[in-house]
Every structure is written in C-alpha cells, then in structure tokens.
Write a protein that binds this ligand. Sequence first.
Ligand SMILES: [Zn+2]
Length: 68
Amino acid sequence: VVCPECHQTVLSKVDYSSGLLTYLFCGGLFFCGFVLGCCLIPFCVDRLKDAKHTCPTCKTALGVYKRL
Ligand SMILES: [Zn+2]
C-alpha cells in the first residue's frame, strides 16, 4: 500500500488485537460448557482478532480490519 503520510510504498504492518468477536467467541465457549482454560483459546487465535495495519516507516495507522 502507499502510505498517506510518508508516500512510500510499504508493506503494511499488521497488529492483531482482541476484538469484539474474540470476546463473543469467548463468551460462547463459556456458556456452552466451561472447560478449564478453554475460554482463553480465542485470545490466541489471530484469525478472530481485529487486524490493525500500520505503516512500518512512520507508524501511521492505515486502517483497521474488523471481523464484525
Ligand atoms: Zn508512512
């Protein structure tokens, strides 16, 4: 992508954070039968998390991809 701040073509850096779906998934597991430690699994699953793209050069947020 081309960064709007430094106008360089950069490969956006993706950070994952625990988003809403992560918590919903966690809650779903919790209510479907609490198995020890099971509700912590979603926090380790990047695919369920929000992806925040940032420019590696100037740290500008390029966008946040949310699952919901
Ligand atoms: Zn930049």
